[in-house]
Design a protein around this ligand. Structure first.
Ligand code: GCU
Length: 679
């Protein structure tokens, strides 16, 4: 509406907020009051309707400019922003919103908080109208809320411009160079700030020769990218190659204990900070899937991570050291090696050895971003290490942005999971999110596609990641509604309800028609799209399901299997170990069972496979029908793009259903109790 908004404070981020208010006022009506005009924002007989400012900026002048009507809200907001009892004063990224006497006030802890407070008002416009409401104080649960881009500078012969990217090219690079025009990056930075993200790693964790040079000769280009993110309170990080001293520095070694290597990294870090004073730090994939690392020198991951941490420490940077380390040259004949065990076996013994500015970044599950995995036991095993949980927003294994798959509910389950159970004495209710003292990181799903994410509805995953990183206890279904409200402004309730309906259950739908009960993979090797039940069964990757004529699943018990269940604390080590107690949805992750095994649900494993696959396909049919009802009621281009992808999803779900059902029917010889067509 025609709000009169006063913005007080100074600095880059306050300027960003001023620009936003100015822009919104000229598009939607209203006015940015300039507190400097005559020392007063007063215009006729009333002051501001909305007052936005950093806590430190509310001196007498600012209060006078805000007008007398703002006093009540301002006093309340300032009180709630301050310390009281054991409450600390508001941090830099926090904000308070109060509304009294028809005036809405946002007080930011500092510039970042003000920026997030402004976006909060856009998300909940009801805070700008109506009666007074008690002040709300918002602060992020995690200081580090990071998106990792798997973007290559040069197009990679196999992986393309963006590894596991399903949304076109990179917004940063165009075949070999940083883009001259970064305007798309500017819009992206604004988009991310609106979700609460504050860190971005701008290149792929697999650092090839071209990308390695970002650290040296391209620093000017990195600085340009950092400039784009700075007004949105987002710091830039680089993925670096552990062998950089060799590859870039011409040394003979990258041994972390070698003094020349240490000096090379110290120098490299100093150069980065000269170019980008607010640089965030390094991301490292070492000794993983062919990337170089400390093992080559008989050193371990603490030696490797500490090398980089010491180089960054004088400048305030951090190292995100990934725990995704496993043997990808396994012999499928060897049943004693279990890839699920690898991250814990490598990292848990190193707890306590990492420098303070090392963050060990752990994939949420022990395998690799499957549609259903248990939470990684590493998260409960390293109390003296800063851990980050890594999620995958890009839908590598969850439909590649051709399928609707809203991942908010999955991430919420992961972040709320309690490794020591809900009420165990002495550890009552510690959740994964509490353990992630190094924050959350996720692989981005954004590219230069006109809808940003290929599938327009995949934007909701980007949004949900940012929101859950800020506040892990949020209800993912409510977060979905926020996104729908922001994405389809002005849509009526029926339209919103239909979009919600299409999306909210879509993760479980995807699970239904793909690999059953946590067994994972069964995808086409290489690109990972579409069904191939035995695609990885006899490969070196360690991702097996062991289906035979009698049964299916991986025995990871201590009693008879790989012992992986022993990596969990009680009660989960015993729940997962027990065939009787293991949750149905993870049964085949932990146990090898006969097809006739009866689940908690009362049905047999084989019948469950048939039922979920038929149901999953039918759910996609209903999604597509629902979507059709939106024709003409939402923008045509969005409607058409989603409709086209739902078509693909339907075909793919049919293929999954038929291949899975046929495969297991042929293996087991057990017919479907419902007599449906199995080929
Ligand atoms: C998956 C993915 C790779 C990626 C790897 C990683 O295996 O398929 O493309 O490099 O994860 O997380 O490092």
């Amino acid at each position: 509406g025609s709000k009169r908004t006063l913005v007080v404070g100074s600095g880059v981020l306050v300027e960003t907020v001023r620009d936003e208010v100015r822009g919104a006022s000229s598009s939607y009506g209203g006015r940015l009051l300039d507190g400097d005009d005559d020392g007063s924002g007063h215009d006729g007989d009333h002051g501001a309707d909305v007052v936005l400012g950093t806590g430190a900026a509310f001196g007498d002048d600012a209060r006078a400019a805000a007008g007398p009507e703002a006093k009540a809200a301002l006093d309340e907001a300032m009180a709630v922003a301050g310390s009281a009892g054991d409450r600390e004063p508001l941090g830099r990224e926090g904000f308070v919103v109060a509304r009294r006497a028809g005036v809405t006030v946002v007080v930011g802890g500092d510039g970042p908080g003000l920026l997030y407070g402004m976006f909060h008002l856009l998300r909940f416009p009801e805070l700008l109208t109506g009666p007074g409401r008690p002040a709300e104080r918002h602060e992020p649960a995690h200081d580090l809320r990071m998106l990792d881009h798997w973007d290559n500078v040069a197009v990679h012969p196999v992986m393309g411009q963006v590894e596991r990217g399903y949304a076109g090219g990179s917004i940063f690079y165009d075949d070999g160079e940083v883009r001259a025009d970064l305007s798309r990056g500017e819009q992206y930075a604004r988009l991310l700030a609106a979700t609460g993200i504050n860190r971005v790693a701008i290149n792929n964790v697999n650092v090839h020769a071209r990308e390695a040079r970002l650290l040296t000769e391209d620093l000017g280009e990195v600085a340009r990218i950092a400039e784009v993110f700075r007004p949105w309170s987002i710091r830039v990080h680089l993925s670096v190659n552990f062998a950089s001293p060799i590859v870039l520095g011409g040394l003979e070694t990258s041994d972390p204990l070698d003094e020349k290597v240490q000096a090379w990294w110290a120098d490299a870090a100093a150069r980065v900070y000269r170019a980008v004073p607010d640089f965030g730090g390094f991301v490292v994939k070492a000794d993983s899937e062919g990337q170089p690392g400390p093992f080559a020198y008989g050193r371990d991951h603490a030696d490797g991570a500490n090398l980089l941490a010491r180089a960054l420490a004088p400048h305030g940077g951090v190292v995100h050291w990934r725990a995704f380390v496993y043997n990808h040259r396994q012999d499928w004949r060897d049943r004693s090696t279990d890839r699920a065990r690898a991250a814990y076996d490598h990292f848990a013994p190193l707890d306590g050895r990492f420098e303070d500015n090392v963050i060990v970044q752990v994939k949420h599950g022990p395998m690799d971003f499957q549609v259903r995995e248990p939470v990684s036991p590493v998260l409960a095993a390293m109390p003296r290490t800063r851990l980050a949980v890594e999620l995958q927003v890009t839908q590598e294994y969850t439909g590649q942005q051709k399928h609707v798959c809203y991942l908010g509910p999955y991430w919420s389950e992961i972040l709320r999971f309690r490794p020591w159970g809900a009420g165990a004495l002495g550890s009552a209710g510690i959740a994964v999110s509490d353990l992630a003292r190094g924050g959350l990181a996720a692989v981005s799903n954004v590219g230069d596609d006109r809808f940003w994410t290929g599938h327009p509805l995949a934007q909701a995953n980007l949004y949900a990641f940012g929101r859950l990183a800020w506040e892990p206890e949020l209800d993912p279904s409510a977060v979905l509604d926020e996104w729908i409200g922001l994405t389809f402004p002005g849509a009526d309730d029926a339209v919103r309800a239909s979009v919600h309906e299409v999306m909210d259950g879509s993760w479980r739908t995807y699970e239904n028609y793909t690999a059953p009960m946590g067994v994972g993979f069964m995808v086409r090797p290489g690109h990972h799209y579409g069904p191939d039940v035995d695609g990885y069964e006899y490969t070196a990757w360690g991702t097996y399901h062991f289906a035979d004529r009698d049964g299916v699943g991986v025995d990871r018990t201590r009693a008879t299997g790989t012992g992986f269940t022993g990596q969990y604390p009680a009660p989960w080590r015993d729940i997962y170990e027990s065939l009787a107690q293991c949750p149905d949805e993870l049964l085949l992750f932990f146990h090898h069972v006969p097809y006739g095994h009866v689940l908690h649900s009362g049905t047999t494993v084989i019948q469950h496979i048939y039922d979920t696959h038929f149901a999953g396909f039918e759910e996609v049919e209903r999604m597509a029908e629902r979507w059709e009802t939106l024709k003409g009621r939402i923008p045509d281009d969005v409607f058409a793009r989603v409709a086209e992808r739902l078509d693909e999803q339907l075909g793919s779900a049919r293929e999954w259903r038929d291949r899975l059902c046929t495969y297991f029917y042929r293996k087991s010889g057990v017919p479907d109790a419902c007599g449906r067509t199995i080929y």
